[in-house]
Ligand binder design. Structure first.
Ligand SMILES: NC(=O)c1ccc[n+]([C@@H]2O[C@H](COP(=O)([O-])OP(=O)(O)OC[C@H]3O[C@@H](n4cnc5c(N)ncnc54)[C@H](O)[C@@H]3O)[C@@H](O)[C@H]2O)c1
Length: 277
């Protein structure tokens, strides 16, 4: 069935587009006939992938725009939005995907905490603030996809700063969707993409990980159904395992367990025995 956005030939904008899931999404949007704007930090990184995306686009290079911008810089994102609008007209899809893994544990350098929040959280806010107002004003269907993480839902020990950015992003995206659906005349929807373990960048494919293409397949099918939560499994973690882990994490509050009890030795057996109702 024809989708009012994905098959609309309106532009798709993707941040963090020079690598991984962002690049796979650009290739897919171009294959669907959408003009694509790739945003990433450096011209050099964008140049390396520009031709690949153009090869999938119906009008080749004319349908591909590369903008070097830092998502954490609101002025650069506003300038990018103006350029995209001038060149491609109204935007159909905004995918806030750029990420930094800079961060660390509770006692990590505060500068690293700031960096993590500036890119992974403020970068998304800047993207939405720059691109969403004209999308809303046009009263045409359009979509905003923000890239979260299971780490922002179940909070595993390790890169706490990253987890915090992704849980903030989840809260923000849920509220954004609520706001959009309660705005008169607005036909923009927000979506939270939650990839599982995915081989990206220069890393060799891992047996347990999905490819970026698999994530994008899953995302496109879910967007065609208008799903808000788009949680991807991988080759090690099934949808049932994800549901079990998410419910267990929520149960820390409702069952008055200690936080992160999944990793607490006193709760190891209880978690292992925990089953979905
Ligand atoms: N790969 C995984 O296993 C995985 C798992 C869960 C969630 N995710 C999420 O999926 C999304 C994509 O992840 P990926 O692994 O494909 O990423 P990646 O590391 O392959 O690519 C990230 C891109 O973002 C760009 N970037 C970094 N900082 C930027 C900035 N300030 N401004 C503009 N661009 C910037 C980088 O240059 C890079 O091209 C991220 O939001 C990530 O948190 C990934």
């Amino acid at each position: 069935m024809t989708h009012p956005v994905l098959d609309s030939r309106r532009a798709a904008v993707v941040t963090g587009a020079a690598s991984g899931i962002g690049l796979a999404a650009c290739l897919r949007f171009a294959s669907l006939g959408m003009p694509v704007c790739l945003i990433d930090l450096s011209d050099a990184a964008l140049k390396r992938v520009q031709d690949q995306v153009a090869a999938k686009a119906p009008n080749g290079g004319k349908d591909v725009l590369c903008i070097a911008a830092d998502v954490s810089n609101a002025a650069e994102m506003a300038a990018a939005a103006a350029t995209v609008h001038d060149q491609f007209g109204p935007v159909g899809v905004l995918m806030n995907n750029a990420v930094t893994r800079t961060g660390g544990g509770v006692w990590a350098d505060p500068a690293d905490w700031h960096k993590a929040l500036e890119v992974n959280f403020w970068g998304v806010l800047n993207g939405v603030n720059a691109f969403a107002p004209p999308m809303i004003e046009r009263s045409e269907p359009a979509m905003i996809v923000n890239c979260g993480s299971k780490q922002g839902i179940t909070n595993p020990p390790g890169n706490v700063a990253y987890n915090v950015t992704k849980s903030a992003l989840k809260t923000y995206t849920e509220a954004l969707q609520h706001e959009l659906r309660n705005t008169d005349g607005c036909r923009v929807s927000a979506h939270l993409l939650v990839p599982g373990w995915t081989t990206t960048g220069d890393r060799a494919p891992a047996a347990g990980a999905w490819s970026a293409d698999q994530v994008v397949d899953h995302m496109i099918s879910a967007l065609r159904r208008d799903d808000f939560y788009i949680v991807c499994p991988d080759n090690e973690v099934t949808p049932e395992m994800d549901r079990t882990r998410i419910l267990w994490a929520a149960g820390d509050i409702t069952e008055n367990r200690p936080p992160l009890s999944r990793w607490h030795p006193d709760y190891r057996d209880a978690f292992a025995a925990f089953k979905l109702e």
